[in-house]
Design a protein around this ligand. Sequence first.
Ligand SMILES: [Zn+2]
Ligand SMILES: [Zn+2]
Length: 143
Amino acid sequence: MTDKIRLQEMFCNEKKTLEEIGENLEITRERVRQLLNRLLGKQEYQRQLLENRLSRPHKMISFIRDCKICGKEFKGRELIDNPRLMCKHCLREYKRKLRTKIYICQNCGVEKEYLDYNRKPVFCSKKCQGQWLYKLKASKSIQ
Ligand SMILES: [Zn+2]
Ligand SMILES: [Zn+2]
């Protein structure tokens, strides 16, 4: 007969994992789960299990969920306190958008986008660069 008080204390107060409790009481993880379910009731067991997990924020868990952006199902592993809300594809796109900046072409004044890890461009095209240099030369030759 397993010590119910000890079992409950380890789970609810010490927030040990099922594995840890199992090792301590020399029973299987599955047996710990069964006993706790019976002892606490299914709802209270689930609630406490979640609370215990949240108290171990360094732990990685597997997950499957729908991407908040494209709605596709995606899975992977994540830190408990840092859930992934979008799939890899949407995350890449999101990060790319965050890094997108605006520059203004020095020749034609058009607004263009560039990624901030690149050097900020001065002209929107080779053509604009050529035109600007031409204008510069022309203005110098007048002087
Ligand atoms: Zn997505
Ligand atoms: Zn231009």
